[in-house]
Write a protein that binds this ligand. Structure first.
Ligand code: QAP
Ligand code: CO
Length: 168
């Protein structure tokens, strides 16, 4: 297993639209395990393949308190069950150090493939529903900062660009 490098905003590769996975293979399962290790190491509650520069429709998350419930979604399809919006202070491993309030539907159904290529459907609410929508946004090249004002987004971009220059 390996901890992968996470792309950071405003890296243009985070804007790539991911392609569906046509066959779930051993290579897919290795990527899943590396993404879970990367997410737990961060630590984070969700990670999309886009963030590790793999442009396939795959995401992992674990919103449990004791980090004991890894979840894997391949080619996820979301249906909103309750359009009522809930607010949550979201963060992102690709936007380190920033948390901002975003509104999203509170209850969704998701159909996806699991790590064995079997299809499943489940209903999610609360943090799991929010996290799933945040991660599916990544697969579509979208970031939570896109929901903020231009001013806020530019402030975040400038700060992260400075951090990245100092590290380089
Ligand atoms: C997405 O984000 C999410 O800024 C997952 O310095 C987050 O795991 C969805 C993290 C909240 C819904 C609500 C962020 C770690 C982790 C940071 C994460 C940081 C270190 C973010
Ligand atoms: Co994110």
């Amino acid at each position: 297993m390996a901890v992968l490098e996470i792309l950071e905003f405003p890296d243009s590769r985070l804007r790539t639209e991911a392609e569906p996975i046509t066959e779930v293979t051993q290579a897919t399962r290795t990527l899943i395990d590396d993404m879970l290790e990367t997410m737990y190491a961060a630590p984070g509650i969700g990670l999309a393949a886009t963030q590790v520069n793999v442009h396939q429709r795959l995401l992992v998350m674990d919103v449990s308190d004791d980090k004991s419930e890894p979840m894997v979604f391949i080619n996820p399809q979301i249906t909103v069950l309750d359009p009522e919006l809930g607010e949550y202070d979201e963060g992102c491993l690709s936007v380190p150090g920033f948390y901002e309030t975003v509104s999203r539907p509170q209850k969704v159904e998701v159909s996806a493939l699991d790590r064995n290529g079997e299809s499943f459907t489940c209903q999610l609410q609360g943090l799991a529903a929010i996290c799933l929508q945040h991660e599916v946004d990544h697969l579509n090249g979208k970031l939570f900062v896109d929901y903020l004002s231009t001013l806020k987004r530019q402030r975040i971009r400038k700060k992260l660009e400075k951090d990245q220059r100092q590290r380089a």
